[in-house]
Design a protein around this ligand. Structure first.
Ligand SMILES: Cc1cc2nc3c(=O)[nH]c(=O)nc-3n(C[C@H](O)[C@H](O)[C@H](O)COP(=O)(O)OP(=O)(O)OC[C@H]3O[C@@H](n4cnc5c(N)ncnc54)[C@H](O)[C@@H]3O)c2cc1C
Length: 379
């Protein structure tokens, strides 16, 4: 297998690299979550105007029409260039691709362009206080009302709900149907009287995610994605895009973390320590195996257009290596590793969520066992 870039892919990489070098927005402002978000929104607008959002989306939907390999090259260059992520990450990685895969023509015309420009931010309202891994047990209910639906219930851990205009929202529309069949997928408008968003502060001190309380929140019929009662399949597509999206940028992110770790080890004069050398070698080998696995996943996705269950492997490994490396960095850093406000302690604390967000490691392992390896089902 030839894993090097073709001539046109190398030319594409150079074009991205030059554009990013000439247009890098500088560092994200620190210490003020709202200012940081607006900075990233302005940056996304700039990228969009230059045609660099939705790189692999079809041109008819406002994308660049590039291949998935080119999209991966683009993501790598963003990570290598330490470029801030766009603001509408959930819209770009999940919302837009789901509307393209399952939405009506009207939904594509209405929702895709503002996702790309960052004008309308999206969030993902799946998890509930008693439904995380067992997502099909959600209790939020939607009942039919004139020309639409009224939704009552609660969501939790909703990233960017405080910034979002729309939410990918799962609610039960048929309480008597088997649990996977009574769910419908809505595009919920957040700015309305029936929706209350309350921030949740994380261990890092940031409030990236929220609780959402809904009391007869309204959604018109035209904002249902897929069939009424057919939301489970749309939800699975969303999760596959989420895990593939995380996996896509994971390898470069991990390499950068490893480079930072090696620099720290040198700074502390520990580069000859055999135990430290061995752990670094293990990270190096693991990340390279992950890179090759990611290429396999990409090849599979190019055949079907929608990522499959094998994307769960990259997400699991990303969490595993990121947590192990940030843990080692906090040990090597000494007092700075356990002092609030340092880079080492921030990274360590933030990485704790890696084995939960986007699907827990145990659940991803079940998916790989059952759906990739074909082992017998747990239950
Ligand atoms: C930083 C962050 C951001 C998030 N953002 C969002 C968001 O934007 N939108 C959203 O909807 N959700 C979001 N989540 C929620 C996330 O998807 C859930 O936390 C996750 O799916 C796990 O659900 P839970 O917390 O209810 O844990 P549970 O499902 O209750 O799991 C508890 C424990 O039991 C284990 N477990 C559960 N089922 C099994 C099983 N079948 N086999 C083996 N072990 C099992 C789990 O692995 C875990 O260790 C976010 C979470 C984090 C940490």
């Amino acid at each position: 297998m030839d894993l090097s870039l073709t001539e046109s892919e190398a030319a594409f990489r150079d074009e991205v690299r030059i554009w990013l070098k000439e247009n890098h927005p500088g560092p994200v402002p620190e210490g003020d979550d709202a200012a940081e978000f607006e900075f990233r929104r302005a940056w996304q607008k700039e990228m969009h105007e230059a045609g660099w959002t939705g790189v692999s989306w079809p041109e008819e939907f406002g994308g660049r029409g590039a291949s998935l390999i080119e999209q991966a090259i683009f993501n790598e260059e963003l990570a290598y260039g330490s470029v801030p992520p766009p603001a509408n990450v959930l819209g770009l990685v999940m919302g837009g691709p789901v509307v393209i895969a399952h939405g009506t023509t009207e939904q594509k015309e209405r929702f895709l362009e503002p996702i790309l420009s960052g004008e309308e931010i999206w969030c993902q309202g799946f998890s509930e206080p008693e439904s995380g891994s067992d997502l099909a047990s959600i209790k939020s209910r939607a009942v039919k009302s004139n020309g639409g639906w009224k939704i009552t219930g609660q969501k939790v851990w909703t990233t960017y709900a405080h910034e979002a205009k729309y939410c990918m929202f799962l609610a039960r529309t048929d309480p008597d149907a088997p649990k996977h069949r009574g769910i419908t997928y809505f595009i919920l408008e957040m700015d309305q009287p029936g929706v209350e968003v309350r921030p949740l502060r994380q261990i890092t001190g940031e409030a990236e995610f929220n609780e959402i309380f809904l009391e007869e929140a309204q959604v018109p019929d035209e904002n249902v994605i897929g069939e009424v009662g057919g939301g489970w399949q749309v939800a699975i597509t969303t999760l596959m895009f989420e895990r593939a999206g995380l996996g896509a940028v994971a390898v470069v992110g991990l390499r950068r973390t490893l480079e930072d770790l090696i620099a720290l080890v040198r700074e502390k004069g520990l580069e000859s320590d055999p135990l430290i050398r061995q752990r670094i070698a293990e990270f190096q080998i693991g990340i390279e195996a992950m890179r090759l696995g990611a290429l396999r996943t990409l090849t599979a996705t190019m055949k079907t257009g929608i990522p499959g269950p094998e994307g769960s492997l990259g997400k699991w490994q990303w969490g595993k290596y990121n947590q192990a490396m940030t843990e080692m960095a906090s040990e090597v850093a000494g007092p700075a590793g356990v002092t609030v406000g340092t880079d080492a302690s921030y990274r360590f604390l933030r990485s704790r969520a890696n084995s939960i967000e986007g699907g827990t490691t145990e659940v991803l392992q079940n998916i790989i066992a059952e759906r990739v390896l074909g082992l017998p089902k747990l239950r």
